[in-house]
Design a protein around this ligand. Structure first.
Ligand code: NAP
Length: 513
């Protein structure tokens, strides 16, 4: 399939005149085929007006119809699977089997939202029948349902070019409830964005729904994103990406004359606590699994274990020696793009310069600007950790910090000092249950997913998953884009008082004769 490099706005392909940019193959440093048009405020205004124009038709379509739309998008993705995966491979350097798995995940996510919405119970309706004889005052008939917010701006992250991008959970959950979507294409994978966007455009056309419910605008800088978040027709923002990006879009949305919600899912260091008994029993296996978890996907996961706490002693020394051995044998691997690699180096440099930090694994910063990176392991004591909050900042890439505690009781203090996280993990033996309970009682306040004797990388997509957490993991800890609760981000409640059956929304018409 030939790429156009243009924006997909409603059912059309639209050029713009603000210049062009190219994607770069991170494994070779070569620019890839096709110039992509830089979007701006003008394209945003066209897409937003069309989204608003078609919002009423879309929101009034049936749950079955919208469910079918998601199924058709899934089918179109499968039809375009080969070109999508090939292009994503060139743009991200991610291995083909990983991308194939991610495409399947994206397809399954769409099907999950389709089934959920067609089931029809997602509006959490409530009915309080009238009590005309109530004293001292009669009670009116009150019924609650939910309606979609309006057009949603979606921002995907570079590390999931399919599952957290154009056709990812944000788009699927917004379309599921009748919100038009305008995606800001990620500048690191514009070709993948165009191809997945075409799959959605085709599905919208096949379903007979109006074209304005879906657009993709490309851009290599902040202009498109800023214009989208400020546009008065946009009623919510769904973002996956860095803390800096999520926070600035959140502040921008809050500064609008009519502030809108921003559901930003950002980075995290996903702390792991290894209790003394299990460390004694299993130090080698734990070292192996931890090393694997922190280097999978060249460490480019929001669930990467960036912090590990354990009590000092021979068992910790043996654990560290095994991790050092594993990591030292790894070859450099390409990160997603040069910006991410430079950021990785800069942040590692900053952490290494903190008082008390030693770098146990990881070469000096390479001077070349290519995308290849080696894993790094840093070490410091709990007392030094408590002096320097920067140590708990995300370093996006294959690195982690081991914090040596004086005692397991000190772990409780460290846990209390953590900021919000996507996940928190404890490794414990059966005999360590009492302490484990105390630790989880603290961690429950800090993270959206608690893990026992497992590792945080690998997020299962199913209704009970929660991939969120208190700030700065997200800007709204109630919700996550993973799992069916994601749709509640784009709905708001409306109460209907004293309505006749004929005027009530269909889902509220029961018990009204
Ligand atoms: P990013 O640099 O924040 O970019 C995400 C998107 O936001 C891009 O389209 C980017 O486009 C745009 N953007 C960023 N800052 C902006 C600003 N100030 N104004 C307007 N637009 C802005 O993130 P990334 O490097 O692609 O992704 C890696 C990060 O995502 C990591 O921190 C990782 O932990 C996180 N992540 C989180 C999750 C999760 O579920 N919590 C999942 C995957 C990844 P421009 O650069 O063109 O502006």
């Amino acid at each position: 399939m030939v790429l156009t490099g243009q924006h997909l706005i409603a059912a059309n392909i639209i050029a713009s005149s603000h210049g062009t940019f190219r994607a770069v193959n991170p494994t070779t440093g070569e620019p890839l085929e096709c110039e992509f048009h830089e979007g701006g405020g003008e394209e945003v205004a066209i897409a937003a007006d069309l989204a608003e124009r078609d919002f009423d038709t879309f929101r009034q379509s049936s749950d079955i119809k919208r469910g079918e739309l998601l199924e058709t998008i899934a089918a179109q993705l499968v039809e375009l699977k080969d070109p999508i995966i090939q292009r994503a491979h060139l743009e991200t350097g991610l291995p083909l089997p990983r991308l194939e798995g991610e495409l399947n995940r994206t397809v399954n996510q769409l099907k999950m939202f389709s089934q959920f919405v067609q089931h029809g119970h997602y509006k959490s309706t409530r009915i309080d029948p009238a009590l005309p004889d109530r004293e001292p005052l009669p009670k009116p008939d009150l019924r609650l349902s939910q309606i979609p917010l309006g057009p949603v701006a979606v921002f995907g992250a570079s590390n999931f070019p399919l599952a957290f991008s154009v056709a990812g959970g944000d788009t699927a959950s917004a379309l599921a409830v009748g919100c038009p979507v305008i995606v800001k294409g990620h500048p690191a994978h514009p070709g993948t964005s165009e191809l997945t966007g075409v799959a959605i455009q085709r599905a919208v056309q096949k379903s007979g729904l109006p074209g304005g419910i879906f657009s993709v605008i490309q851009g290599s800088g902040h202009e498109v994103g800023t214009a989208l978040v400020k546009h008065p027709q946009i009623k919510a923002v769904a973002f996956t990406g860095s803390q800096a990006g999520g926070r600035s879009l959140f502040d921008l949305a809050a500064a609008r004359p009519d502030p809108i919600p921003v559901f930003a899912e950002m980075g995290s260091v996903n702390p792991i606590f290894i209790l003394p008994q299990i460390l004694k029993e299993n130090s080698q296996l734990l070292a192996h699994k931890y090393s694997e978890s922190l280097t999978t996907g060249v460490g480019q996961f929001c669930t990467n274990p960036g912090l590990l706490f354990a009590v000092k002693g021979d068992d910790l020394s043996a654990f560290i020696a095994a991790v050092k051995e594993y990591l030292s044998q790894m070859n450099p691997l390409p990160m997603l793009h040069v910006g991410i690699k430079q950021n990785f180096n800069t942040k590692l440099e900053q952490l290494t310069s903190v008082r008390g930090v030693s770098r146990l694994v990881g070469s000096e910063t390479p001077t070349t600007l290519d995308c290849y990176a080696l894993p790094a392991l840093l070490f410091l004591t709990a007392d030094d950790f408590l002096q320097e909050p920067r140590i708990a900042d995300e370093v996006f890439g294959p690195s982690s910090v081991v914090v040596q505690c004086e005692s397991k009781e000190q772990m409780l203090v460290l846990a209390e000092n953590l900021q919000g996280q996507l996940s928190a993990t404890v490794h414990a033996s059966i005999g360590e249950d009492d302490f484990c309970r105390q630790l989880f009682a603290i961690l429950e306040k800090k993270a959206g997913r608690l893990i026992l004797n497992d590792f945080p990388t690998g997020v299962e997509v199913c209704p009970s998953m929660h991939h969120g957490g208190p700030y700065p993991a997200t800007t709204d800890s109630h919700f996550s884009s993973v799992g069916t609760t994601a749709i509640h981000r784009f709905l708001r409640p409306v109460c209907y008082q004293n309505f006749s059956k004929e005027l009530l929304p269909r889902e509220l018409q029961k018990n009204q004769d």
